[in-house]
Every structure is written in structure tokens, then in C-alpha cells.
Design a protein around this ligand. Structure first.
Ligand SMILES: *Cc1c(COP(=O)(O)O)cnc(C)c1O
Length: 380
């Protein structure tokens, strides 16, 4: 069975060589735009591609404003600061995520609370959030507090796991009822829609990553999406050193950050965005081929997009029947030139985060023992 899987994936990617999990794809205007940067000398912190990338992205995602920055991690960091998370606040999130989500919370000195994911989305479960809040929180004035720790619960960051949208409308409703700010970690879900609306546009802020292994890349890069234009303008200001606009004077009136995306990275982004729809379509075709192939292997379940969702299928997922089978699958495929990977070590098990509060994490644990990511690059 495993040898058939390896053969199928080698055939899918038309190679006998090593198949990576996700490689970037440059088939458009990338070189042309990069040359324009070099010819114009605008390679650094200002330039027309930065403005264009932000405008094109806001339009593509249906956001009022997009602000690009150096990477997805600092997009999350800035987003949490902008919604008012402060030291010692609590931030609700999932243990099944990439480290960046929790690092961003930690940069502020805030405390993550790890709640369970949904069995149908692999992302933060509205029911788990509701149950945990019901048991542990109280509203005082216009803020939500943890009754046990006394800390304010300021924000919630769900993550759209492997590009599959969470039940973001239900989470938004719960957050609204409890005076909790919603920030979406949409790092993996560029091009993914929930009920026809782009992920990252439901919360106060959505953060997206353009790292080299994501669906489209700027080399390294990130972006914040805003429905509130004023908040977006503040984000631009703070990510560009909070400089008071003036033709020659250098005056700064806040502590700002050098989080801006250089023009050459934005140039790459503009070219990649032109192909995004095509890439997502291509990745969805790959997912359909995997689905068809795995339907004849009863021991392995191919993961499909949740209801009401249009997913970019950033990384395809198969579910093995238990931890032993998962380990066998990982070992065989990696031994035979196919890169595969389990989910990230759960955040609540890492030394920096293991002392924070969690709920039972039943589904989280279930996924951790079964999920394997399989190669998902665009095939052209
Ligand atoms: C990729 C990713 C990020 C951001 O990563 P950067 O490498 O900093 O761009 C954040 N959260 C999740 C879940 C991610 O997968």
C-alpha cells in the first residue's frame, strides 16, 4: 500500500526525485518586476510595488485596507498590539498551530490560553470557546476577565489550519458578546473563503504570511487586513517607525517598528498575486486527485474542506488510523523521497508554553496522533 502511495505522489509531481511539501512557483512577471526595482534603484523600504501590492491585496480580499510588513509573525504581533492586548492579558487560541501565533502573544507579555479545535475544521472550536468562557470568565464593565487568574481576556486568535477556514462567524459572535477582540491568524489561508468571504476579513484584523512555503510568497513577508480604515492607517504608521510626515524633518511621536516590507519583496508579491487564482484552482485539482486516490485505501482518510468553505488546500492532509500508523506512514514516505510531516508539536507541550491554561484538548490530541501533511505544491 505504502509503495503505491509513493508511486502516486511521484507520478503526480512527474518526478522520481525528492518531492517537497510546498515549493514556490514563479511563472509570471516576477523577474520583470524585480528588474524594474533594480533599474529604478527602489529596492528598499519605499516604492511603487509596496503601494500597489497593498491596494491589489485589499481589493482581492475585500478589505478596506491592507498593510504589508516583514513577515506573518510581526503582522500578528502588530495586530495584537493594535487591538489593545497588553502585558498579562490572556489571549484565547488553539494549541494546534504554528509557533508564530504564540510567539506573537508572548512578545507582548500576554498569556495564551489553549482551547480545543473543531473535529470538522481543525481550527479553534466555537463550542470549546463558549464552554470555557462559561466556566471561567465574567464580564466586568466592558471587559472580560478570567475568574481564576484575575487576568483580562483581551483577544482571541483562531487559526485557519492548513488553509481550511474555521467557523469564523460563530467565533466572531462569541467574541462580540464577551468584549473580546478577534484577530484571525490567516497566515495559511490566502485565497480561502468562508461563506464566500475571504478569511482574514471577519476579525478586527487578519494576519497573512507570504513566507516561501505559503501559497504565494514574497520571499519573506506578511500582511494585515482591516475593515476599519483608520486602524489600518495607524498600522501603517506604527510599522514604518511612526514618523511624522515631513519632507526633510525626522520627527517620531510614538514608539514605532521597522516592520515594513521592502519594495523588491512587494514586487515579487504583485507578480505572485496575478497568479493566485490559478494557483488555488490548481491546488484544488491536486486535492481532488488525492481524494480520488485515497478513496480506495480504507485505512487512510483524505481531509476535505469544511462545509460552506472554499479552501486553498495549502497543505493537503491525510488522517491515519492511530499514532503507530501515522509514524509508519511518515517513516516510509520520508525514506522514499516524499516529504511528509505531522502537525507541529502542540503548543501546550513546548517548554515556553506548557504552564499555560488549557481545556481538555480532546480533538487537538486526536488530530496530533493522526494528521500527516503530504506534498501540495502547485503543479504546472
Ligand atoms: C506561516 C505562519 C505564520 C507566519 O509566519 P512567517 O514565517 O512569520 O511569515 C503564522 N502563523 C501560522 C499558523 C503560520 O503557518
Amino acid at each position: 500500500m505504502y509503495s503505491n502511495i509513493v508511486k502516486f505522489i511521484h507520478d503526480l509531481y512527474k518526478t522520481e526525485e525528492f518531492v517537497p511539501l510546498h515549493a514556490p512557483c514563479f511563472v509570471g512577471n516576477e523577474k520583470k518586476y524585480l528588474n524594474e526595482c533594480i533599474d529604478s534603484t527602489f529596492v528598499s523600504s519605499v516604492g511603487k510595488f509596496v503601494d500597489r501590492f497593498e491596494e491589489d491585496m485589499a481589493r482581492y480580499c475585500g478589505a478596506k485596507k491592507a498593510v504589508v510588513c516583514v513577515n506573518g509573525t510581526n503582522a500578528l504581533h502588530m495586530a495584537l498590539m493594535l487591538v489593545g492586548v497588553e502585558e498579562n492579558d490572556e489571549v484565547l487560541t488553539q494549541a494546534l498551530t504554528f509557533i508564530a501565533t504564540c510567539n506573537a502573544i508572548s512578545y507582548i507579555g500576554a498569556c495564551p490560553v489553549f482551547l480545543d479545535v473543531d473535529r470538522t475544521t481543525m481550527g479553534l472550536s466555537p463550542q470549546a470557546v463558549k464552554e470555557w468562557l462559561g466556566k471561567n470568565s465574567e464580564i466586568r464593565g466592558n471587559s472580560c476577565y478570567n475568574k481564576n487568574t484575575g487576568r483580562r481576556i483581551k483577544a482571541c486568535i483562531p487559526m485557519h489550519t492548513f488553509g481550511h477556514p474555521v467557523k469564523i462567524d460563530e467565533l466572531a459572535e462569541i467574541c462580540r458578546e464577551n468584549y473580546i477582540e478577534l484577530v484571525e491568524d490567516a497566515a495559511e489561508s490566502i485565497g480561502s473563503l468562508y461563506k464566500g468571504q475571504h478569511t482574514g476579513t471577519f476579525g478586527r484584523i487578519g494576519a497573512i504570511s507570504f513566507n516561501g512555503n505559503k501559497t504565494i510568497t514574497t520571499g519573506g513577508g506578511g500582511m494585515m487586513l482591516f475593515q476599519d480604515e483608520e486602524l489600518g492607517k495607524l498600522a501603517k504608521y506604527l510599522t514604518t517607525q511612526a514618523k511624522v510626515p515631513h519632507r526633510w524633518e525626522f520627527v517620531h511621536d510614538r514608539i514605532g517598528y521597522n516592520y515594513r516590507m521592502p519594495n523588491i519583496n512587494a514586487a515579487l508579491g504583485c507578480a505572485q498575486l496575478e497568479n493566485l487564482d490559478r494557483f488555488v484552482q490548481n491546488k484544488r485539482e491536486t486535492a481532488a486527485l488525492y481524494k480520488d486516490f485515497f478513496s480506495s485505501i480504507p485505512e487512510i482518510e483524505f481531509w476535505e474542506e469544511p462545509e460552506n468553505c472554499y479552501s486553498n488546500y495549502w497543505l493537503n492532509v491525510v488522517l491515519l488510523k492511530d499514532k503507530a500508523a501515522q509514524q509508519r506512514f511518515l517513516e516510509y514516505t520520508n525514506d522514499h523521497g516524499i516529504m511528509t510531516r505531522p502537525v507541529w508539536e502542540l503548543m501546550n507541550k513546548l517548554p515556553m508554553f506548557c504552564h499555560y491554561e488549557t481545556d481538555k484538548l480532546t480533538n487537538t490530541q486526536w488530530f496530533a496522533e493522526r494528521v500527516v501533511n503530504i506534498p501540495s505544491s502547485v503543479r504546472l
